[in-house]
Ligand binder design. Structure first.
Ligand code: FE2
Length: 348
């Protein structure tokens, strides 16, 4: 009980502007106890009742600024939202958005369920919220009616988030085919690429990838998308040893150009504290030598686990094929961590 009181008290010492903790936890005795507790109720700005719990503690503690405080105030809403009880934790976990696995849509054309939102709607807060909710749940969303210029496309992307600077560009670049002598990545070639996530070799791989279709070929031009979370769920059920291997044995990916050599080591499957899949990172063409693994792990990787991963990620059951039209921008969750949903893509 004393530790729980300390855990609550520390959150009563937050800066009202930055929400940062303003107390050194070591300055709060683990034995601290409430000396007096009372409940207040008043009307908030929106007219709704605002209930607060005010606790006078048994001792004062110093804040970073030197002031000593002995009183904490909490909204009941905050206390309920952070209750440590098993029942409340279970309720919160059940209320979390769950990813829609694409295998759940088996037999239904993606045109019927892959979320689409008009660009005009994204300019409003409700429209943006709808688009982002769909992206969270399905791992992909198509924005219709996009402009084709880089500047206008960037404006829509920045409506959603900050652009990540990489060695490719400050944020925006095109993947139009290049002359053979200028190719520095297979994305610029006409070679077929197998399903993969992008930038596996960056320690912070992009969370979202935006693909704005500004020209469509007269033939072909299909986009093949694989739901990595469907792969993970199916593998966990049918090949649990392989699933655990990729959860626990990190892979190293790398990329090399004239003046750039980057690599990152990460797990193929990331899971949360409940064991739910939260991230997927893999590109078989960007794997580095597996020098950090033991001889036994390398043997298991090649003899057992890699074939399972490659075959399952190329299964039509986890894939969707669609044709983007000019004005369609596909947003893919490249390696989202929370809440879970992930797709791999190949544009061709
Ligand atoms: Fe890619």
């Amino acid at each position: 009980m004393a530790v729980v009181a300390q855990a609550i008290r520390v959150h009563g010492c937050r800066c009202p502007w930055t929400a940062a903790l303003q107390v050194d936890t070591l300055d709060i005795p683990q034995s601290t106890q409430p000396a007096a507790v009372r409940l207040t109720s008043e009307k908030g700005d929106d007219g709704a009742p605002l209930e607060r719990l005010i606790i006078d503690w048994d001792c004062a503690v110093p804040l970073h600024g030197g002031e000593h405080v002995q009183r904490s105030e909490y909204s009941l809403e905050w206390l309920r939202a952070h209750s440590y009880s098993a029942a409340d934790r279970a309720t919160r976990l059940q209320a979390r958005p769950q990813p829609v696995l694409w295998t759940q849509m088996a037999g239904q054309p993606s045109a019927e369920w892959l979320p689409r939102v008009d660009m005009a709607a994204v300019s409003s807060d409700p429209g943006l919220r709808a688009a982002m909710s769909a992206l969270r749940d399905y791992g992909a969303v198509i924005i219709n009616g996009m402009p084709t210029s880089v500047v206008e496309t960037q404006g829509v992307c920045e409506r959603i988030g900050h652009l990540q600077r990489t060695f490719y560009a400050d944020g925006m670049w095109d993947t139009a085919p290049k002359a053979a002598e200028d190719i520095n990545d297979t994305a610029y070639s006409n070679m077929e690429l197998k399903p993969h996530t992008d930038c596996t070799y960056l320690s912070k791989a992009p969370g979202l990838q935006f693909f704005n279709c500004v020209a469509q070929s007269s033939s072909g031009g299909m986009t093949w998308i694989v739901d990595g979370f469907s792969v993970a769920a199916a593998m966990k059920a049918s090949h649990p040893r392989t699933f655990q291997f990729f959860c626990n044995v990190p892979m190293t990916f790398y990329a090399k150009e004239d003046d750039v050599h980057v690599q990152a080591t990460a797990y193929v499957f990331e899971t949360d504290y409940e064991g739910h899949i939260t991230g997927f990172r893999f590109n078989n063409d960007d794997r580095a030598a597996m020098s950090s693994l033991t001889e036994g792990q390398v043997a298991a990787f090649y003899e057992e686990h890699l074939p399972v991963l490659l075959e399952m990620s190329r299964s039509p059951e986890v894939a969707e094929e669609l044709q983007l039209q000019v004005g369609d921008m596909l947003i893919l969750d490249n390696n989202r961590h929370d809440p879970p949903a992930i797709v791999q893509c190949r544009l061709r």
